[in-house]
Design a protein around this ligand. Structure first.
Ligand code: AP5
Ligand code: MG
Ligand code: ZN
Length: 214
């Protein structure tokens, strides 16, 4: 299965991506996670990306597309993949189409997790992520079993640099201007499926699974 997950910042893409990829045994590719790992390891890509991410702006298309293409040719994507946070501009979507055509691949579904703006701030500001595996938690909606510790790998939970009120607002504006147009783009070009992202995490995943299984 080859899936794109679309949705505003904090819609629940990363949370649902983990559950979908476990169930369907496909590879989770999050451009945000890849950039954050590079920032942590102080690579050249990390230094370049940090400048944009900390301001809530998009990393330039050329850099981002290269990262994704380098990843999609790897063996673990042969069985299927889920793109979380990519594409984020119409240009990225067009480049992805060309790349998939050149490798004789097609997308199965573009899944939109639809969450209204009034949910976004609280979800982002209350989020904590694992510094190793990148899993998302929430101080109110999805707390870990042990305070400050990842249930999955036991590592420390941290707050993302871009999860403060001012940067979240900028990320939302960027989403509206650059990424929201992809909903129309995929509506006319591919099979777009929408799930209501206002429900609790398990209800959203149940609805995603039934959309994917039909
Ligand atoms: P990225 O990491 O992709 O951030 P994002 O799109 O802003 O999305 P988030 O990761 O913030 O949210 P999410 O939808 O994954 O939500 P989550 O599951 O964590 O990108 C970061 C930056 O990298 C960008 O700003 C940009 O600079 C750069 N970048 C990345 N990709 C790029 C690209 N393609 N092009 C250019 N630049 C790029 O959930 C959020 C919170 O809510 C968590 O606390 C979670 O526990 C909680 N939650 C989840 N679901 C529910 C629910 N149903 N009910 C209640 N709480 C919930
Ligand atoms: Mg995410
Ligand atoms: Zn972890």
């Amino acid at each position: 299965m080859r899936i794109i997950l679309l949705g505003a910042p904090g819609a629940g893409k990363g949370t649902q991506a983990k559950l979908i990829c476990e169930k369907y045994n496909i590879t989770h590719l999050s451009t945000g996670d890849i950039f954050r790992m590079n920032i942590k390891n102080k690579t050249t890509l990390g230094v370049q990306a940090k400048e944009y991410i900390d301001k809530g702006q998009l990393v330039p298309d050329a850099l981002t597309i290269q990262v994704v293409e380098d990843r999609l040719i790897k063996e673990d994507c042969k069985n299927g993949f889920l793109l979380d946070g990519f594409p984020r501009t119409v240009f990225q979507a067009e480049e992805l189409n060309k790349f998939l055509q050149s490798t004789n691949n097609t997308l199965d579904v573009v899944l939109l997790i639809d969450v209204p703006n009034e949910f976004i701030l609280e979800r982002n500001v209350g989020r904590r992520i694992c510094s190793s595996c990148g899993r998302s938690y929430h101080i109110k909606f999805n707390p870990p079993e042990k305070l400050g510790i990842c249930d999955f790998c036991g590592d420390k939970l941290i707050q993302r640099n871009d999860d403060n009120e001012e940067t979240v607002k900028e990320r939302l504006t960027v989403y509206k201007n650059h990424t929201h147009p992809l909903i129309d783009y995929y509506w006319t070009n591919h099979c777009l499926s929408t799930v209501d992202g206002r429900d609790d995490i398990l209800t959203v995943s149940k609805n995603i699974f039934s959309a994917l299984d039909t």
